[in-house]
Write a protein that binds this ligand. Sequence first.
Ligand SMILES: CC(C)(COP(=O)(O)OP(=O)(O)OC[C@H]1O[C@@H](n2cnc3c(N)ncnc32)[C@H](O)[C@@H]1OP(=O)(O)O)[C@@H](O)C(=O)NCCC(=O)NCCS
Length: 153
Amino acid sequence: MTTLEIRPCTADDLPAVRDLMWQLDEVAHSTHDFRLDVLEKLLADMAASPETYLNLVGVVESRVVAFMSLLFYKTLFHTGGTALINELVVDRGFRGGGIGSILVHKAKEEAIARRMDEIEVGTERTNRLARQFYRKCGFDQEYVLLGLEFTTP
Ligand SMILES: CC(C)(COP(=O)(O)OP(=O)(O)OC[C@H]1O[C@@H](n2cnc3c(N)ncnc32)[C@H](O)[C@@H]1OP(=O)(O)O)[C@@H](O)C(=O)NCCC(=O)NCCS
């Protein structure tokens, strides 16, 4: 594979990241419009809390081909600290070439740099391929994540 550069996501990357998020939408069987102004505000809000959020892009030959969003948090139950992979997507034309694994490895490095000792990820119940991928990366199914979505008046 040609060289993969991993760097923080910037506002200029958002059109490419939006395309990747639409690809994630496809596997999640959901539909979002991902308005660029909304994404830009979210990115800026997260960038203001670098101890909690890290948004990275994977770049091959100047093209953004992957996106990973990480959340770092602590709980009383798991005191070491946890890195949660909130979103991970590789462009469909670049899958199967090792980019996803490199990004998971990067997530682990970032967790270790923050003296944390766990990485978690949730996938859609129907996303069997992603579960196979994460198992190959060394993840085990430890928890069942339940979700309740609602709109705020
Ligand atoms: C899941 C995803 C991030 C994997 O990225 P990738 O760059 O294709 O993965 P890699 O090339 O690093 O693959 C690593 C290993 O997982 C396996 N793997 C990857 N995708 C797989 C798939 N769809 N089905 C089965 N195994 C898969 C590979 O065979 C590889 O094993 P190997 O090293 O023994 O060959 C990517 O396929 C993707 O973006 N999918 C759509 C979005 C998604 O489902 N994201 C996860 C939800 S959070």
